[in-house]
Design a protein around this ligand. Sequence first.
Ligand SMILES: [Zn+2]
Length: 102
Amino acid sequence: MSDDRLPIGWIGLVHDLRLALHSAHPTAAITEMTADRGWLHVDVDDSQLGPAQRYQLGRLVQGFVTQSLHTCGCCGSGHGRDRGTSRVVTCDGCEKEAICDA
Ligand SMILES: [Zn+2]
């Protein structure tokens, strides 16, 4: 488990993902979460699950990954946009203030 490289604004998103995953698939374990070019990248050990459960788990994770695409990596608002240059998406407010060096 190493998620220390994730943008601070994604803490809420990651927290929700952990909760949802744990309640839906208690035997699955998140092995790694990283920010990969503005996307949340999640590796899960789903070796305990059957094919149907793995499919459900994939859908669940994908939903959060999609959400990460417009979640500001600085303040966590849902208004983030890809700036093309930075590693994470930021919302207009944070981009303007430049308070986040992500
Ligand atoms: Zn923001």
